[in-house]
Design a protein. Structure first.
Length: 146
């Protein structure tokens, strides 16, 4: 169908360290959960916060970089697309569904943790993007579009 868009942009905190796996051909895959929060006021004027959890999948060089630098609690920006997988539960529980964000770009936000390898004073973020048919790259903060 022409004119459709499947694009997701999230800014949130990692709920766990990335889990890295490799395909039989040697391609890295990282998976982790990402929490986003939304604050609202209820009918009585009390502030409430709702947390939404997202399943994130990264592939290739991005997955390797995520495994090396991302840790639970780290704030990141992720761009990607939604994909829902369906499978039969092996215990006879019927069909199972899981919606994931297949990331094609992520940005590590905030200062690197102290003692992090390659930490540079004043460097607060790095872009990691894997455009089709090109390797991942780290860009300077000044190149960010926001």
């Amino acid at each position: 169908m022409a004119g459709t868009v499947n694009r997701v942009i999230l800014v949130g905190r990692l709920g766990k360290d990335p889990e890295i796996k490799y395909t039989p051909s040697g391609t890295a895959m990282a998976s982790f959960s990402l929490a986003t929060d939304e604050s609202r006021k209820d009918a009585q004027g009390n502030k409430t916060q709702q947390t939404e959890w997202h399943n994130i999948i990264l592939w290739g060089k991005q997955a390797e970089i995520a495994g090396e630098y991302l840790k639970k609690g780290r704030l990141i920006y992720v761009e990607g697309r939604l994909q829902t997988r369906t499978w039969e539960d092996s215990s006879g529980g019927g069909q199972k569904h899981r919606t994931e964000v297949i990331g094609d770009r992520f940005v590590m936000l905030g200062a690197r943790p102290e003692g992090a390898e390659g930490a540079e004073p004043g460097r607060t973020s790095a872009v990691v993007q894997t455009p089709p048919e090109t390797p991942a790259r780290l860009e300077d903060e000044e190149d960010l579009p926001f």
